[in-house]
Design a protein. Structure first.
Length: 227
């Protein structure tokens, strides 16, 4: 019921923005709905299941960024607003990076240390964060907007915040995989792997320290015929 109420609020904001002529409100709300609907659309096309509630989470996050942040002015009146959003986004992206790493073993414990996957998760989040900063710079340069606020200080602050959030996401992902310790957001990684046995067929469903590592693959040299 709470999820349905949030979706209803998003639709109402689109209608309200159109009726009252508040362009930023209806475009931001419509954009939030479109981004959230991409997840069930991808599930329908690919068969890959998303963690429960993730689409609604994307909707709420986008509303906070586009409507409350831009339209309501939270970015300027609340100094911590942008920081919190960057922390959340980069933490989730680091978990996505870990999920991509586990594709190589179909969800089984990797032969290398989990810290390597954590580093790659941070790198993936940093890559997406850097691309976002380039997008903001391009929009400001082309349309004369002020997405970067104070310019270089804002960008450097966003980069630092992204690294902090990504580090948390990577550490939380490693802890839930290694020891089963669930910190906030880390359950997304577990739920995603558990709901998709097609791509994570070797997922043990338990902490990796209990499942053990998979034995290294061995190949036998081909027999040589003698004459």
């Amino acid at each position: 019921m709470a999820a349905l109420a949030l979706w209803a609020v998003a639709v109402a904001l689109v209608v309200l923005g159109l009726v009252t002529g508040q362009t930023v409100m209806w475009i931001g709300s419509a954009g939030a709905i479109a981004l959230a609907l991409l997840l069930p659309l991808y599930t329908r096309v690919s068969g890959i299941e998303m963690p429960p509630g993730l689409a609604t989470g994307v909707l709420v996050f986008s509303l906070c960024a586009f409507v409350l942040g831009e339209h309501a002015g939270a970015y300027t009146t609340l100094g911590w607003w942008d920081i919190v959003l960057h922390l959340l986004a980069s933490a989730v992206l680091a978990l996505v990076g870990l999920a991509l790493v586990l594709l190589n073993t179909e969800g089984a414990p990797p032969r290398t240390g989990l810290w390597i996957g954590a580093v790659l998760g941070v790198g993936f989040a940093a890559l997406v964060g850097g691309a976002w900063e380039l997008l903001e710079f391009s929009i400001d340069a082309i349309f004369g907007t002020n997405a970067q606020r104070s310019g270089l200080p804002d960008t450097m602050g966003d980069v630092l915040t992204n690294l902090a959030g990504a580090t948390y996401g990577a550490v939380a992902g490693r802890l839930v995989l290694r020891r089963g310790l669930r910190l906030p957001l880390s359950g997304l990684l577990v739920a995603f792997c558990a709901r998709n046995p097609v791509i994570y067929g070797a997922w043990p469903g338990v902490p990796f320290q209990k499942a053990g590592r998979q034995p290294a693959a061995t190949t036998e040299a081909p027999l040589m015929e003698t004459t």
